[in-house]
Write a protein that binds this ligand. Structure first.
Ligand SMILES: [Cu+2]
Length: 91
């Protein structure tokens, strides 16, 4: 027989992880030429805790895998914004 409390405790971390996706997808609408993705990628890779950056120029998105103990998505948005590319978290 399963202990409901134990089940809840085991499920909670998974729910928290679902709220903050990792990798997270950023929408970066003003990537408009072939050099933009390079600039955006470099800006994201400079953020401590970022592990992997994948840019999709066609969709104008960046998929970023990060160490959640070291960096939060807000810092990623700040980094692209500082580089001239305001971003939003994809729903
Ligand atoms: Cu460009």
């Amino acid at each position: 027989m399963r202990n409901p409390l134990l089940t809840m405790l085991l499920t909670l971390p998974l729910m928290a992880a679902a709220e903050t996706p990792n990798p997270v997808t950023l929408e970066i609408p003003n990537m408009n030429c072939g050099l933009c993705p390079i600039t955006v990628k470099q800006a994201l890779q400079k953020v401590p805790g970022v592990e992997n950056v994948r840019i999709d120029f066609e969709r104008k998105t960046a998929s970023v895998r990060y160490d959640p103990d070291r960096v939060q998505p807000e810092a990623l948005i700040e980094a692209t914004g500082n580089a001239g590319y305001p971003a939003t978290l994809q729903e």
